[in-house]
Design a protein around this ligand. Structure first.
Ligand code: COA
Length: 172
């Protein structure tokens, strides 16, 4: 399968909500997180704004079908990964890895200090996946106020506190 990674264009905004919704179906494999598969996703209007102001990459198949995306925002001298989603049908084929690598390479090129994200500690396609790319799990003492605020918002949204963590990949 030939996959092209590229920066998102405004015309892609309409396709991104369906990708996020499809990707989230994976949470149904964990009964206590199954509800996440039915929560509202970022809508096309919000994606359009993000495309104009943030960093988003898409994975595109030859026929122009979009299989996944990674959205991120540069804060200070770090790139914060907000969302990484691959449509259910295309999962497990290395697309997530390619998208993550694109964000890491971009951050290296821009000489950023590193990348941050929040994720589930124990889902095999979350923290363990990022760990294999060199991301470290931050202890509460090491977690910046910015990341603590994101974790707090997620917990207020209903995510289980004991299963969430912030991670950091140091580049410089
Ligand atoms: C996370 C996600 C984007 C990965 O995309 P993907 O294209 O399936 O990922 P890849 O095929 O590149 O695999 C990435 C790693 O995750 C692991 N993985 C992927 N799907 C998995 C599954 N269903 N069960 C166990 N491990 C899985 C792979 O083993 C792989 O590890 P490796 O790189 O050490 O070999 C995708 O699973 C997804 O959309 N999940 C739902 C949303 C989500 O959890 N996003 C991340 C938020 S922090």
């Amino acid at each position: 399968m030939t996959i092209t990674l590229r920066r998102t264009q405004p015309v892609d905004a309409n396709a991104l909500p369906a990708i996020e919704r499809s990707a989230a179906a994976l949470f149904r494999t964990d009964p206590s997180l199954a509800w996440l598969a039915d929560t509202p996703v970022t809508d096309a209007r919000q994606h359009l704004h993000a495309i104009e102001t943030q960093d988003i990459w898409v994975a595109e198949l030859p026929e122009g079908v979009l299989a996944g995306f990674l959205s991120a925002e540069q804060v200070d001298n770090q790139l914060h990964i907000q969302e990484l989603s691959v449509s259910q049908h295309f999962q497990g084929q290395g697309i997530g890895r390619k998208l993550l690598l694109a964000a890491i390479e971009y951050s290296r090129e821009r000489e950023l200090d590193g990348l941050t994200l929040t994720t589930f500690r124990d889902l095999p396609w979350n923290a363990p996946f990022y760990q294999r790319w060199g991301f470290e799990t931050l202890s509460p003492n090491e977690t910046s106020p910015r990341l603590l605020a994101i974790l707090r918002k997620e917990i207020d949204h209903g995510l289980p506190e004991e299963r969430r963590c912030a991670m950091w990949l140091r580049l410089l």
